[in-house]
Write a protein that binds this ligand. Structure first.
Ligand code: C5P
Length: 329
């Protein structure tokens, strides 16, 4: 794809949140990260990220979580834009606007999602046309979950979670997410996991056959039973009230419940939309969860939804498929 006449003045990319259906945590590596064997699923809670040329680099966050996200150079979306600019030899600042619906510090990879969407959007805005491999490499530099936010669907993650292989699974799953008022920091949860297991000999993590069988069958009840997360005990240790959230969900018809990633969001799998409404009401009414979101998974990864070309208006919806990049390295 190339821009026929006028390059776009603004590009918007949409990106999903994730839940880990299985998260096996191995030993800590020499670089401080942990060996992982995980299964990601992208779920239909989205952020929309718009980039447009500006006099100086900047970021604006819209939505209920705006106050919780840094709007400076430490923002992962800003770091993504600057990384691509550096790699491609671009010297045009952008302003990034994030319409945020993915909860922050919640174990749903919201910051990673914004970084992935920013990479795609800037790549299109600047006409860099990085290859898929180049985008994946930059994504992995930015964070362990960023490559999956680009890919979406359901995928196995190994290494530190950045080495991906799509899973050919069946089924469309209905999720209910019990959010928490207080976030958990991912490094703190990994450190607590290490502390809780300090007396154990931790082996290399491997995906379970129960998870793969469940995904192949497309049976939500089997998937519910197969959900597992080695970080759950650590998240519960740091935030003990999550045990009550899990119990409330399981008492009210969930097929399975799990802390999402490093938490504190708790993800419940249910059989259909009606059950998801019932569970959302039960979780809210019991006071166990201050707020609840519902979503379907799997959904596609980051993709461009609009590229507006100034006076001529929208170029419409595009997919990202360009010629091999012409980056400077
Ligand atoms: O890669 P990312 O920046 O998202 O990781 C955040 C933190 O989570 C790391 O600094 C590390 O403390 C922890 N982490 C880990 N092992 C992984 C992924 C993340 O210890 N595989």
């Amino acid at each position: 794809m190339s821009w026929a006449a006028t390059p776009p003045q603004a590009v918007t990319a949409r990106v999903p949140a994730k839940v880990n259906l299985e998260l096996m945590v191995g030993p800590r590596r020499s670089d401080g990260f942990h060996h992982l064997a995980t299964v990601f699923q992208a779920v239909g809670l989205h952020d929309d990220v718009t980039v447009e040329p500006a006099q100086e680099w900047g970021v604006t966050i819209n939505g209920p979580y705006a106050d919780l996200v840094p709007a400076d150079g430490t923002n992962l979306a800003m770091r993504a834009a600057r990384l691509l600019a550096r790699e491609a030899g671009i010297d045009v600042p952008v302003h990034i606007t994030i319409d945020k619906d993915i909860p922050v510090a919640a174990g749903m990879a919201g910051g990673s999602a914004d970084a992935a969407a920013t990479l795609l959007a800037c790549d299109a805005l600047w006409g860099v046309w990085s290859s898929k491999a180049e985008l994946e490499e930059m994504a992995a530099d930015l964070g362990s979950d960023v490559p999956f936010a680009l890919l979406g669907g359901t995928a196995m993650g190994s290494g530190r979670g950045d080495q991906l292989a799509p899973v050919l699974g069946r089924g469309r799953y209905t999720w209910v997410f019990a959010l928490s008022d207080v976030g958990l920091k991912t490094p703190d949860v990994y450190a607590e996991c290490d502390r809780l297991r300090s007396h154990l000999r931790v082996g290399e993590p491997a995906p379970s056959s129960a998870m793969m069988t469940a995904l192949r069958s497309g049976d939500a009840a089997s998937l519910g039973r197969a959900l597992s997360n080695d970080l759950q005990a650590a998240a519960l240790s740091l935030q003990p009230t999550l045990a009550e959230v899990l119990a409330t969900g399981m008492d009210n018809g969930a097929l399975g419940g799990i802390v999402s990633g490093s938490g504190p969001t708790v993800a419940f799998l249910v059989s259909d939309t009606e059950r998801s409404l019932d569970l959302a009401v039960a979780l809210t009414a019991s006071g166990a969860a201050p707020s609840v979101k519902r979503a379907i998974g799997p959904v596609r990864g980051a993709h461009i939804i609009t590229a507006a070309s100034g006076p001529r208006g929208s170029l419409g919806s595009t997919g990202h498929s360009g010629p091999v990049g012409h980056r400077s390295n």
